[in-house]
Design a protein around this ligand. Structure first.
Ligand SMILES: NC(=O)c1ccc[n+]([C@@H]2O[C@H](COP(=O)([O-])OP(=O)(O)OC[C@H]3O[C@@H](n4cnc5c(N)ncnc54)[C@H](O)[C@@H]3O)[C@@H](O)[C@H]2O)c1
Length: 261
């Protein structure tokens, strides 16, 4: 079935963490557009999530909100079992939630370090592990996709704990891919560049120094549309990527062609 056709994920149950974030909501819209059923996790209260999902026009029959803090082991496990129950089956887990804070390494607190590593790395591990167990228990092949970043291999300044977390995701992804291949579970990452949302967009618009540095860092010369991340995620969910495991799909406008000039 061609990738990006309207029904290329028909009948597939997909869980996404951080699905109401800036990139996450674009990914969810794209998943629904290709006929997936989606369990959307985030930490927003139920009523706020319901309003946002209605405003996005998401089909209630194929889209379910599951509130959970994925840094808590019990909540992460419950999230995955609820996702399977709501979707009927869990075919894909998108370990997508993540955060960063811009701060020179000399000023980073241990609390700041813990917060970033807890969400970006431990939370991703907890959900991926629970998802893999569920996929094995349901006897079906499955896919796990981590949202990494081009900085998994590049020391972009003032977000060092974030860079460390994404380097960790790279090895977590490769390790899980190696260990789970025999069960037919494919594990890959998508690595975006500097996406035109949130903190990066704010800094691009408001901080001339940041913008100068970022413009030099993006060989294609402009910020990344979030839709390009969503397209890569759909590809990694789809049958078109069935022979991939242990891979990072860089979709970064060339940012990883570091060092910048
Ligand atoms: N924005 C970029 O330029 C960029 C570039 C490369 C990679 N990424 C990655 O893409 C992903 C999404 O980034 P974004 O810019 O959309 O961020 P975002 O902050 O807009 O979205 C993150 C979402 O995660 C949710 N979340 C926070 N803590 C959580 C928890 N404990 N449990 C469950 N959900 C939680 C937040 O509520 C939010 O909705 C992250 O993994 C990020 O590292 C972003």
């Amino acid at each position: 079935m061609p990738v990006y056709s309207r029904d290329c994920l028909e009948g597939q149950g997909v869980l996404i963490t951080g699905g109401l974030g800036a990139i996450g909501r674009v990914v969810v819209s794209r998943l629904l557009a290709v006929s997936a059923s989606v369990a959307v996790n985030d930490v927003l209260p139920e009523d706020q999530a319901a309003r946002e999902m209605q405003a996005a026009g998401w089909d209630k029959a194929r889209c379910h909100y599951l509130r959970a803090d994925i840094t808590q082991p019990a909540e992460a496990q419950k999230l995955v079992s609820e996702a399977r129950a709501r979707l009927g089956r869990l075919d894909v887990a998108l370990c997508h939630a993540g955060m960063t804070v811009s701060c020179p390494i000399l000023d980073y607190s241990s609390e700041g370090w813990n917060k970033i590593l807890d969400l970006n790395l431990k939370g991703a591990f907890l959900v991926a592990q629970a998802a893999a167990k569920t996929m094995i228990a349901q006897g079906a092949r499955g896919k796990i996709v981590f949202t990494s970043s081009w900085v998994q291999d590049v020391p972009w300044p003032e977000i060092t704990p974030y860079n460390v977390s994404k380097s960790g995701i790279k090895m977590l992804m490769r390790g899980m891919a190696r260990e789970l291949a025999a069960q037919g579970i494919r594990v890959n990452s998508v690595a975006p560049g500097i996406v035109a949302v949130g903190l990066a967009k704010h800094q691009w618009d408001a901080e001339p120094d940041y913008r100068r540095r970022a413009e030099k860092a993006i060989p294609l010369g402009h910020m990344q549309p979030p839709e390009t991340v969503a397209d890569a995620v759909v590809f990694l969910c789809s049958a078109a990527s069935d022979y991939m495991t242990g891979a990072t799909l860089l979709v970064d406008g060339g940012c990883s062609l570091y060092p910048m000039n």
